[in-house]
Design a protein around this ligand. Structure first.
Ligand SMILES: C[S@@+](CC[C@H](N)C(=O)[O-])C[C@H]1O[C@@H](n2cnc3c(N)ncnc32)[C@H](O)[C@@H]1O
Length: 454
């Protein structure tokens, strides 16, 4: 398949070769953002580096007063970076909890002295509740799903419950969201077990410096709230005024009427990768803790079904006609891609039957490209002529069948009206599985796909 492969203009072109290599490798990860004011209010492994956004702004001369768009806004990295520079932005996010996080991180318009007082008052209220209630008598097992109970001692969970109730009893306001996000951020830090699922089950006690079974919940929460307060001071001091961020809880596959056609100067995003990552599962502790979901079925209904297909946990095979997995639109727009994909999907349908998990990678791959076509078309509509749509993404090889996601999405972009595309490699990934017989040995990479609109 023909494709344009170009390495210019390049991100980080001004740095030394060594710095460039390591800085570039981090662009698709959340590492840098974990150390940055406001960005760090929620650890989202699916997030990318704010530095990638800043480089994209530099590359395309995006400055104060212009407008950018992130169709998979996640926790708001693009929107925060834009607001810091006085750039207007739109972000669409379909996961309700993740969208709450983004919305909360983008609100900086507090009266900071009043915020400090509200924080102290809240902590005092919680303290007096702890002192006047029989915390040990709370039946946490009746309140929380088992998964949450597994993460804390009964007493610690009871304290977290009181914190939750105190916050929930506040009137709806930016401060309530702010406090809710702080307590959310505390949940994994305060856990007595490793909480890295979907990859790590909550049963391994934390050890060494990470162990915190005696941690004082109130002190931890107050410190986090103070840190968020000082992050706000810092970000306000260092940001340009005037950047308006509009965060939409919605579906990037659908037309977003609030975004006018040809009004966007740059679209920048990282879509879900085709790597079976379950975003709904990633926030299970948080959504279960806040009572926003209580079962697997709940999060399927409220989250999984609303996201583009990128994980087999979103798929119920009986919902699909296996003889016709690709939409007519995709087959018509990119016949060559559709033919190649059809062969790969047929191979996956065979391979899955030989595997223990029998994962529906065939349907996942087809569904992913059907969905991404809709997102690319809608994003094309919003972009001005002469602008670009940049996507940080990874390729994948489910059951060892290699899927060149970057090239296929580039071709879909061309069919949607983009003039052409470039692919720039950021890092190779997946190496740690190399010697694992359960895994494939395809070399995978993370890259930036840039679609240009003339
Ligand atoms: C790779 S993450 C983006 C993370 C973001 N760059 C950040 O720094 O937080 C992809 C996001 O797409 C969201 N998503 C999936 N399907 C969506 C849809 N149909 N519309 C909008 N967002 C969607 C997921 O919930 C997830 O948060």
């Amino acid at each position: 398949m023909s494709m344009t492969k170009s390495y210019t203009p390049s991100l980080f072109e001004e740095e030394t070769a060594k710095d460039t290599a390591s800085a570039r490798a981090n662009l698709g990860t959340f590492q840098d953002s974990l150390r940055a004011a406001v960005h760090r209010w929620f650890t989202y492994p699916a997030g990318f580096s704010y530095k990638a956004v800043e480089e994209a702004f530099r590359l395309y001369s995006i400055s104060k007063g212009m407008t950018v768009y992130d169709p998979f806004a996640g926790t708001g990295t693009t929107n925060i970076s834009a607001k810091q520079k006085g750039i207007h932005s739109f972000g669409v996010e379909a996961h309700p909890f993740v969208q709450f996080v983004a919305r909360t991180k983008i609100f900086w318009e507090f009266d900071l002295a009043a915020l400090r007082r509200d924080i102290d008052e809240l902590i005092d209220k919680m303290r007096s509740r702890f002192e006047t209630t029989d915390v040990a008598g709370i039946l946490v097992e009746d309140i929380f799903p088992e998964l949450v109970c597994k993460c804390y001692s009964r007493e610690k969970l009871a304290r977290l419950y009181f914190c939750r109730e105190t916050i929930a009893s506040l009137p709806a306001s930016p401060f309530r969201d702010f406090a809710k996000l702080a307590l959310t951020n505390l949940l994994r830090r305060a856990a007595d077990v490793a909480t890295g699922w979907p990859y790590v089950a909550p049963q391994k006690p934390k050890t060494g410096s990470k162990a915190n079974s005696n941690a004082n919940i109130l002190t931890m929460l107050r410190d986090l709230l103070y840190q968020m307060h000082s992050d706000l001071e810092e970000i306000r001091r260092t940001s340009l005024a005037g950047g308006r961020a509009t965060l939409i809880h919605g579906d990037a596959r659908k037309r977003q009427d609030v975004i006018e056609s040809e009004s966007i100067d740059l679209a920048f995003t990282s879509p879900p990768y085709l790597n079976n990552y379950d975003y709904a599962d990633r926030t299970r502790l948080e959504t279960y803790f806040w009572g926003e979901a209580a079962t697997w079925g709940d999060i399927t209904e409220k989250v999984r079904r609303r996201l583009i297909i990128s994980a087999t946990t979103q798929i119920n095979r009986s919902d699909y006609d296996e003889s016709c997995l690709f939409t007519e639109d995709l087959r018509e727009a990119v016949p060559q891609v559709a033919r190649e994909l059809k062969e790969k999907v047929a191979e996956l349908s065979k391979r899955r039957l030989t595997k223990g998990g029998k994962k529906s990678y065939d349907i996942m791959v087809a569904g992913y490209f059907n969905d991404m076509q809709l997102v690319i078309e809608e994003t094309f509509r919003t972009l001005r002529r002469g602008s670009a749509f940049m996507l940080i993404l990874g390729d994948s090889a489910p059951y060892g069948v290699y899927i060149p996601t970057d090239v296929y999405l580039g071709e879909i972009g061309k069919a949607a009206g983009f003039a052409g595309y470039e692919i720039e490699e950021l890092r190779t990934r997946g190496g740690k599985w190399k010697n694992n017989p359960q895994r494939h040995d395809e070399s995978l990479k993370e890259c930036i796909l840039t679609l240009r609109k003339d």
